[in-house]
Write a protein that binds this ligand. Structure first.
Ligand SMILES: [Zn+2]
Length: 338
């Protein structure tokens, strides 16, 4: 019989039909504390795709930890799984510890913009290097993030690479996941001098990847976790890793793919939201007003396009300074072909 060998990544070695827990590696702090990047593996008895589940690349985006726990420990039976699941529930443990978006000390880098990483780089770049070793062993990736005040249970982002088969596979994953789909054209991997982000880099390396912006920031809800588990299982069903048919997501799902527009504050003050996440809007509709602390309206923020309010993603505080991110608008892409 064509026996499946044990899979070894980091310090985790897993036989076929088993689960394994450990870490990809560690970075060391000044007092010698070793900060480990956790790794969970489920190895099926039959050969098949290798799916990587990632969560908490950004510290406050914690819902994916619960989604991964349920997938790995409750939903998937290793004896029945086809292929394998690699899961990194907390990709940036330093940011997680501090509930901060970026690594909160040393280099202050955004892990998502530190790939493919370097084993000789600064601390975040070293973590990226370890995570990239798991990325490069994967056939498909679901990268779970979080955003406050999103439409429905969130939305899925696909960053097109221009490689048709990779793009088509990623769109198929997003359709199976079942939330609203945001298409981002990132055919060039360099982006205004910044590194491209894990998702675009994976796509350019031929690995279909979806980014899920679940609704939640520093908090999570059971209904959002239910949606995340349903989405991951739906993708696994379409990849042939588990049996069953795709289940429809609950809550608002936009009927067509969206192209997004980010709206920012130019004035400082208190943000008044004039629409709701998921609400349909016309071009020119007022999406938010900013009132200064004396009560004068200092800015009216209007949508440049017709479509939907995808999110009001102010991250920490509904008081905004100039340049802060106020709203994400989704313009419907008509006649989308892929
Ligand atoms: Zn994120």
């Amino acid at each position: 019989m064509n026996k499946i060998r044990a899979l070894k990544i980091g310090d985790v070695s897993v036989a076929a039909g088993e689960r394994g827990f450990g870490s990809l590696g560690y970075v060391e702090l000044a007092d010698g504390t070793q900060v480990r990047i956790p790794l969970m593996i489920v190895r099926g008895l039959k050969r098949g795709p290798s799916l990587l589940l990632l969560s908490t690349i950004h510290g406050p985006e914690i819902l994916g930890i619960e989604v991964i726990r349920r997938i790995i420990r409750e939903e998937v039976n290793p004896k029945r799984l086809v292929g394998s699941i690699l899961a990194i529930p907390v990709a940036n443990p330093l940011a997680f510890q501090n509930a901060s978006y970026v690594t909160p000390y040393f280099d202050y880098f955004d892990l998502n913009r530190s790939f493919p990483g370097d084993s000789q780089g600064t601390i975040t770049v070293r973590m990226a290097d370890m995570i990239w070793s798991a990325v490069s062993k994967s056939d498909y990736i679901i990268d779970i993030h979080g955003v406050p005040n999103a439409m429905g249970h969130g939305y899925t982002v696909v960053r097109l690479s221009g490689k048709d088969s990779v793009d088509k596979n990623a769109i198929d994953m997003a359709r199976a996941y079942g939330l609203s789909i945001v298409i981002s054209e990132q055919r060039r991997i360099e982006e205004k001098g910044r590194l491209p982000g894990l998702q675009a880099l994976a796509m350019h390396n031929g690995i279909p990847c979806i980014l899920v912006e679940t609704s939640g920031w520093r908090v999570w809800s059971r209904t959002a976790a239910d949606s995340g588990v349903r989405g991951v299982l739906n993708v696994m069903k379409t990849l042939g890793m588990i049996p069953g048919s795709v289940e429809k997501q609950e809550g608002f799902v936009c009927p067509k793919p969206l192209k997004t527009h980010m709206l920012f504050a130019n004035k400082g003050g208190i943000l008044h939201l004039m629409k709701s996440p998921g609400e349909q809007i016309a071009a020119g509709d007022t999406v938010a007003r900013i009132l200064n602390i004396y009560g004068d309206e200092v800015e009216t923020i209007k949508s440049p396009k017709a479509g939907y309010v995808c999110a009001y993603p102010f991250m920490e505080n509904q008081a905004v300074a100039a340049g802060e991110y106020v709203a994400l608008i989704g313009e419907i892409i008509e006649n989308y072909k892929i």
